[in-house]
Design a protein around this ligand. Structure first.
Ligand code: DUC
Ligand code: ZN
Ligand code: ZN
Length: 483
């Protein structure tokens, strides 16, 4: 097909006949975690085949991307579609619209259900429904002897990461140190990366009871009952357990300076200890939890939002590589704000979780890159490349290179707008980022070579996301090959 001056040239009947899809993106600025350069990208059958200047190939679709930036599709390695009451995969169009083409979901384990069955059950819910590619982390919610044996089977079903909870004593989520250590020892044997929710359960339980007894019921007591020291202590304990098991550790949703410093310290001393933070810990503070008329409940997540000092420390940490990735911890609670109202009169009953998958790119770019806190290369690293490496999906995901999946965001850096829940696709009645101004937006989003979103709208058929199998011995194990 000859090129025209229009933005996009299509010839769909031909595509259907041939069964192949060839796309040429001309003259965009390719942005990766290490560099950026102007180039053409040629895509065939969902794979990037060639990157270079003046590529001479026929294509059914030709996109003129002068003035646009080309990012790898986002990899959000921290989402909840189902666990913690989050809405299911039919709302993953929000990910696509926001420039995220792969999500890694925490597969909830119901009591009595083997770990592997829990993952297969969750995958069945995603298949035919998810709008972007998906993979899974295991979560142990029923820590008993047999479950540790099941860890070895995780890589067989394409799962290379496993989360345990140091918080939530008295619920199925909770794992004591003995269970965590046993799980780490097993994980180390089979290349599974351990993740922990690091908050000291006893500190939280005692403080929750104390504040309730004193008549403090408002959402902001979610913060006071989960103080920074609870996260600091648990993070240090998790590191001690990981060192004992000689197991790589990836601490999820790091929200406080002292926990980040403990991770940095362990890594500096030579231990394979890494961490992730989340969009909201970089952009929102405890003040949101203190909003009047129960509005603060909209911001209840765990760990809680923190004072500004921690926000500043986390930005420094992500730019300097002391924390490796930024997830959304997306959890769009079924029922939205109404569901949060279960905690009216008792802050401990407010369900944890906020939506965020759609806004991760916009917030990181606007608050990070545009405000000079992170470089463009760091943005790509945090948003796509590192998350893919941590879970064992790199370089198929999270990279723009010949051979990688053609998951691409054509980004218009000149767009200016404001986050409005009415424009959000996550399927609930509020956004924690409501009213934030944003600079730039994904103009077109491609999943394996197919355009699925345009200017904040999902345009693809739903349900075309594919289950991606993660490889064991992923990035957190690289350290061992140095020894
Ligand atoms: N941990 C998460 O990762 N998400 C929701 C709540 C929690 O405890
Ligand atoms: Zn958690
Ligand atoms: Zn989470």
């Amino acid at each position: 097909m000859t090129e025209s001056k229009g933005d996009i040239v299509r010839n769909v009947p031909f595509l259907e006949k041939e069964g192949t899809m060839r796309t040429l993106i001309r003259n965009g600025t390719v942005v990766t975690s290490v560099n950026e350069y102007e180039a053409d990208i040629y895509i065939e059958d969902g794979i990037i085949k060639e990157i270079g200047k003046n590529i001479s190939r026929d294509a059914e679709e030709i996109i003129h991307a002068e003035g646009k930036l080309i990012f790898p599709g986002g990899v959000d390695e921290h989402v909840h579609y189902g666990s913690f009451g989050g809405r299911l995969f039919e709302t993953t169009d929000a990910a696509a619209a926001g420039g995220t083409t792969t999500i890694v979901d925490f597969a909830p384990q119901e009591k009595g259900v083997p770990l592997i069955d829990a993952i297969k059950k969750q995958a069945a819910k995603a298949q035919g429904t998810a709008c972007v590619d998906f993979a899974f982390h295991g979560i142990i919610m029923d820590p008993k002897e047999s479950v540790f044996e099941e860890i070895a089977q995780l890589p067989e079903v394409g799962v290379s990461t496993l989360k345990l909870f140091m918080a939530y004593k008295g619920t199925d989520f909770y794992s004591d140190d003995e269970s965590i250590l046993k799980a780490m020892m097993k994980a180390r044997e089979c290349g599974v990366t351990m993740m922990v929710h690091a908050e000291n359960a006893d500190i939280i339980n005692v403080l929750q009871k104390k504040y309730l007894a004193e008549g403090h019921t408002e959402p902001v007591y979610h913060y006071y009952s989960r103080p920074p020291v609870a996260e600091e202590e648990a993070t240090k304990r998790a590191i001690a357990l990981a060192r004992t098991a000689d197991c790589p550790l990836y601490v999820v949703h790091v929200s406080v300076k002292e926990a980040m410093e403990a991770i940095r310290e362990a890594y500096t001393q030579g231990y394979p200890v890494f961490g992730e933070t989340c969009t909201h810990y970089l952009t929102l503070t405890t003040e949101y939890l203190a909003k009047p008329d129960f509005e603060g409940a909209k911001y209840v997540c765990a760990p809680p939002l923190r004072p500004q000092k921690h926000v500043d420390a986390l930005w420094e940490a992500v730019q300097k590589g002391w924390l490796q990735a930024v997830g959304s911890d997306h959890c769009a609670l079924e029922g939205g704000f109404e569901t949060k109202k279960r905690g009216l009169g008792d802050f401990t009953k407010i369900p944890n979780g906020c939506p965020g998958v759609q806004d991760r790119l916009a917030m990181l770019w606007t608050e990070g890159v545009c405000k000079g806190r992170i470089t463009r290369q760091k943005f790509i690293e945090l948003f796509a490349t590192m998350p893919a490496k941590v879970v064992g999906l790199y370089p198929q995901k999270g990279e723009i290179a010949a051979g990688s999946d053609a998951d691409l965001v054509i980004f218009d850096p000149d767009y200016e707008g404001v986050i409005r829940n009415e424009d959000s696709l996550h399927g609930i009645d509020y956004s924690p980022f409501e009213g934030f101004p944003v600079k730039g937006r994904p103009e077109q989003v491609y999943l394996r070579g197919k355009k699925i979103a345009e200017n904040g709208r999902f345009i693809g058929p739903k349900g075309e996301g594919k289950w991606q199998k993660c490889r064991p011995y992923a990035m957190c194990y690289d350290y061992f090959s140095l020894n």
